[in-house]
Design a protein around this ligand. Structure first.
Ligand code: ADP
Ligand code: AMP
Length: 215
């Protein structure tokens, strides 16, 4: 079963994906993670993407669609959670076309609903492990030892695009290009709104209920 997990930056997509991978055995495709991987590897694609990401803009459709296609081909029988993809109408159509070819369409598009003021608190306080990508929050979920990842001992840092001036740009890009996908999935009868406020375990239980009833 393939699921799109979408919502604004900071809604908790990465956090909830980690639970879904561990507890429900989903495979994960996060285009943000794939792009950060390309940056770390200092590939040509990564160097180009970094400039765009550091400005809070969206990376071109053909680049992210190519990354997703590669991952899908590597695991043609997987059950995927798409996290941070699709972000534009063209990406949503490309995903439908790719999955149609694999006879495993998107089952549901789960939208995490979070108030704007909470998004800002979550994004400005987010910290991530530079090594394994584990996610923390300065106030809500700090690592046991400041600056050190609980999972792998790697350095815990602030993402360059989580600086306040870049966050504003990312939220604008979301409103302009990604929020309209609600209507896209509503039109397909696949849109499911999930309350993303409250403790992470509560949000997870709400998601799980929807996933169990979709399967
Ligand atoms: P996204 O992947 O949607 O951008 P993340 O999962 O990285 O969002 O979450 C953004 C920040 O908010 C992280 O610092 C995370 O620890 C925190 N967070 C996630 N879910 C919740 C929640 N339900 N309540 C409070 N903070 C949360
Ligand atoms: P994320 O990790 O999902 O918050 O994404 C971080 C950044 O990567 C975004 O602000 C974009 O610059 C870029 N990015 C990630 N996914 C996509 C996508 N599907 N389309 C375009 N740009 C993306």
């Amino acid at each position: 079963m393939n699921l799109v997990l979408f919502g604004p930056p900071g809604a908790g997509k990465g956090t909830q994906s980690a639970f879904l991978i561990e507890r429900k055995g989903f495979s994960h495709i996060s285009t943000g993670d794939l792009l950060r991987g390309a940056i770390k590897a200092q590939s040509e694609l990564g160097l180009k993407a970094k400039k765009i990401m550091d400005q809070g803009q969206l990376v071109p459709d053909d680049v992210v669609i190519g990354l997703v296609e590669e991952k899908l081909k590597a695991d043609p029988n997987g059950s995927f959670i798409f996290d941070g993809f699709p972000r534009t109408h063209a990406q949503a159509e490309a995903l439908d076309a790719l999955l149609e070819g694999m006879q495993s369409p998107v089952k549901a598009a789960l939208f995490l609903e979070v108030a704007q003021e909470d998004l800002l608190k979550r994004l400005t306080g987010r910290r991530v492990c530079q090594n394994c990508g584990a996610t923390y929050h300065v106030a809500l979920k700090p690592p046991a030892k400041e600056g050190v990842c609980d999972v792998c001992g790697g350095p815990v840092i602030q993402r360059p695009d989580d600086k306040e001036e870049v966050i504003a740009k990312r939220l604008e890009a979301y409103e302009r290009s990604t929020a309209p996908l609600k209507a896209y999935y509503q039109g397909q009868g696949k849109f499911v709104s999930v309350d993303g406020e409250g403790p992470v375990e509560e949000v997870y239980r709400r998601l799980e209920r929807q996933i169990d009833s979709a399967s």
